[in-house]
Design a protein around this ligand. Structure first.
Ligand SMILES: O=C(O)CC1=CCC(=O)O1
Length: 264
């Protein structure tokens, strides 16, 4: 566990695995902290240095005092790499974390060796959707909308059969500070890389759970089609968070991609 300072803001990050191995950094989605990657770590053991962090307004990281746009989140990602003394890493980004990953590849290409874009797109949702989400969180709090979010996060089978885990991940979600959550919704509302991603030049793998209710397969496929050479895969038996529902499958696909990308 480590902390770094961005102005007056604390960012929480962590490095696991040998520091002399190629680095992989994980960027998180809205309403989650870096524990969502826990179940995948054993598959990488000994082969990679794994760097995770809680983005602004989530987990143990502070919320920014003012607006915190996608560009600011990319700067935070680069600050984590600086703190870890890593020049270039493969970036695995989930949902909004996938937008951070795309931004990193576009705006700091020398720092991104390969991309894995999970359950994400060049544009996620619409301004209307994010305005409604911000209003709901500010008026009623996260608990009031948590169940509808969990329906998009997890497959029907997970919600039916894994009630205790579902309750645990719900705790993570509702304990996210409302102001951090709303600020991230505002960043997503403003982020649109649709016209930019054709300039991505690193090996890219796009993945999506077959039951993703937030960025369904067709949405992710459309973004993959915009990125030169990107591969697209559907993960069976997963919603929006395949790192929780299908960690072994997801890890296999990522390891294969990193091998093909020469990030070994
Ligand atoms: O909360 C959701 O609906 C899922 C989601 C959208 C963007 C993100 O990061 O998570």
């Amino acid at each position: 566990m480590a902390f770094l300072l961005r102005g007056e803001r604390v960012l929480h990050w962590r490095s696991d695995g040998p520091t002399d191995r190629p680095a992989v950094v994980f960027a998180n989605s809205l309403g989650t902290d870096f524990r969502i990657w826990d179940a995948m770590l054993p598959a990488f053991a000994g082969r990679y240095r794994l760097i995770r962090y809680d983005k602004a307004g989530h987990g143990l990281s502070d919320t920014a005092a003012g607006p915190h746009a996608l560009e600011d989140h990319v700067e935070d990602l680069l600050a984590v790499l600086d703190a870890a003394e890593v020049q270039a890493a493969a970036v695995v980004g989930l949902s909004f974390g996938g937008l951070i990953a795309q931004g990193g590849a576009l705006w700091a290409p020398g720092r991104v060796a390969a991309l894995v874009l999970c359950d994400t797109a060049a544009r996620i949702g619409s301004a209307t959707l994010w305005e409604a989400r911000i209003a709901a969180v500010q008026t009623s709090g996260l608990a009031a909308i948590a169940d509808s979010i969990l329906e998009r996060w997890f497959s029907a089978a997970f919600r039916r059969d894994r009630a205790v885990e579902l309750a645990g991940w719900r705790n993570m979600l509702v304990r996210t500070p409302a102001d951090g959550y709303a600020a991230t919704c505002a960043a997503i509302r403003e982020a649109d890389l649709t016209g930019a991603v054709a300039a991505i030049r690193v090996p890219t793998l796009c993945l999506v759970g077959d039951e993703d209710g937030a960025t369904p397969p067709d949405v992710v496929r459309a973004t993959a089609a915009l990125i030169p050479g990107a591969r697209f895969e559907i993960i069976p038996g997963a919603g929006h968070l395949p790192c929780i529902e299908q960690p072994a499958l997801l890890a296999d696909l990522i390891l294969h991609h990193l091998g093909e990308a020469g990030h070994v």
